[in-house]
Ligand binder design. Sequence first.
Ligand code: MRU
Length: 369
Amino acid sequence: MKVETLRWIDNKLEMIDQRILPASFEYLAYDSAASVAEGIRSMVVRGAPAIGVAAAYGVALEALRLSSEPRHSGLDPESSALKKLDSRLRGNDEAEDFNAGMEAGFTVLAQSRPTAVNLFWGLQRMRAVWESVQGQSNAAVAQRLLAEAHEILAEDIRINRAMGAFGAELLADGARVLTHCNAGALATAGHGTALGVFRSAVEAGKKISVIADETRPFLQGARLTAWEMVQENIPVTLITDNMAGFMMSRGEVDAVVVGTDRVASNGDVANKIGTYMVAVLARRHNIPFYVACPLSTIDMSIVSGADIPIEERSADEVKGFRDYHWAAEGVSIRNPSFDVTPAELVTALITEKGVVRQPDRDKLRALFK
Ligand code: MRU
């Protein structure tokens, strides 16, 4: 079964509700920037590239919504003397309302989640397109923005396939590869970044097996990575996060491949909480630690990982799962959702332009030339 994380149907964005996977498989429909922002915030859609694509559709949906809203200047259009003035005023008001509505849409989307830079990358790209079509009718602007969102989605799959091909070459036949969180088709428009490397390796005829960290507290590994791999008959073994060191010490892990939410210009990598722990363990055991990273996830505007905003999520996620709470009432709780792995622990970044070993500022800068 092909996983279509986001799809365009009947002038609406549909997204798989990842909160209820794997128990239920359901699409939810979105028709405005605010609703898409809520889908991102509440984790219906998650994973850096998927969030970027969703935000792009959020902008397009807002333009479609605003351009289809009927407006009236308040003047009596029956009076022919007023007809011209009415249409001129309406035109001005319409443009102003449209622009104000669009700005509000950009803002609500930008506030949905802070860490994955793809969200801001997607918004920036949509803003550039919007600016390039200023002066055109609202309907034409909306169609151009929708075309761009479709292109961002298609491009994401092409990029994942390119990264997959480069990454597959790094894995030996028979490799046992550990991954953390879900950097799969569900975290992107399709194929995945880290899981895209596994898919491409299998397509290339390699027999690999995957070790999926459960990924407390939101369980992206147990619920999403395990589900994706099982769907495709790629051998997968689930472990709890605190078992990774044991597996490595017993020689049962040949490589680690993870995704990322933001890479700073010096090569520091933000990814799901717990990734740093895995990277330290991998170094201790001389196991290569690879990060699958589209260029849209590299933030050249920040100096190091210390500048990456780390999302703190609700204490409820740590207290238990869904409605069941096992933690002692009254205990104080922290829930940072991401951590930063310093560049020195990264064996290589796998990008759509090739593999960058021991990433540093110069090597990252060269990717954008
Ligand atoms: O909180 P999430 O589920 O959005 O976090 C996702 C991750 O940390 C992924 O590893 C990362 O976004 C890369 S997805 C290709």
